[in-house]
Design a binder for this molecule. Sequence first.
Ligand code: AQP
Length: 338
Amino acid sequence: MRVFSGIQPSGNLHLGNYLGAIVNFVSLQNKAECIYCVVDLHSITVWQEPSHLYKNIHEITAGFVASGLDPKKNIIFNQSKVVEHSELSWILNCTARLGWLNRMTQFKEKAGKNKENMSIGLYTYPILMAADILAYKATHVPVGEDQKQHIELSRDIAQKFNTDYKDRINLLTKNSEFFVLPKPLINGPVPRVMSLRDGKKKMSSSDLSDMSRINIMDDEDQIFNKIRKSKTDSGIIPSDISELDNRPELRNLISIYSGISKQSHQNILNEFSGEQFSKLKKYLTDILIAEICPIGHEMKKLISDPSYIDSILLDGAEKARAISKPILAETKKIIGLA
Ligand code: AQP
């Protein structure tokens, strides 16, 4: 079992990243060889302020460590330090089909009606993501629900490469397949955390409203205010779980509560049914502060020592290259480039 996953340094590491992905990263570190990447090349598919980008790379790295990832046990690095990602991405661009990319819903959602003005990188982003994973022949990819379609695309690309070059793969490796088909692991405590302002939109680092998300480095007052002002409806808290179906904002608060407290949705409803939202929000604020603030404090401490963060990234990049370099070299031989 080899695990690969990544987070973009687009600023604002948030509760969605934490409950959808990072908690799972931490639990996997004792079960598998894990490679966790700060995917900086993905982040520049939309504008990143150059004077902030390196700081953001440090922030995500600090977030990994502060959440419990041991840099000695896991390979932690930033994507742009390992050129194999970009080179394999080009090769896979020639394997992937245009029709496959055209089906990617994340691009459609992000581009909206403005797609002619989007960067080409934003459109081809899922192919770079496939390269990130296949460059390590990763078997499992822990992600939030929003990334499911991109993992499926990675599998399609791996499968097509294996089929297109079947004879060469057989001749050179004596195996019938070269790339491993990666499996998504969508089993974080909350696979899709929604915006605090709109229960139908996912919580995202790129949302213009900071009130839409809990950032891991938010302080107690910010968490208190964001939960207090989070959108709710005019109903009371029900006892029947099926009533959450048409109440996305309430469902989101209950899901977050459940993800942090590890109680079932039904248990939480049993505790709060018939109560005002203010009571639920108060308890939720308390458990969020207890879980998130210590991580935020630790992140700030780690960020204040940039040479330590740089040493983690450098060491991780060397280890990552030791795996991906021979895989890329073999890929080139299979294609006939070497
Ligand atoms: N709201 C979320 N709920 C659950 N999981 C989430 N993830 C992101 N948002 C949620 C998971 O976190 C990992 C890193 O994702 P990312 O760096 O692509 O997400 P972001 O910080 O939310 O960045 P963007 O640019 O703001 O997001 P997009 O591009 O999606 O709009 C992934 O495993 C992701 O599933």
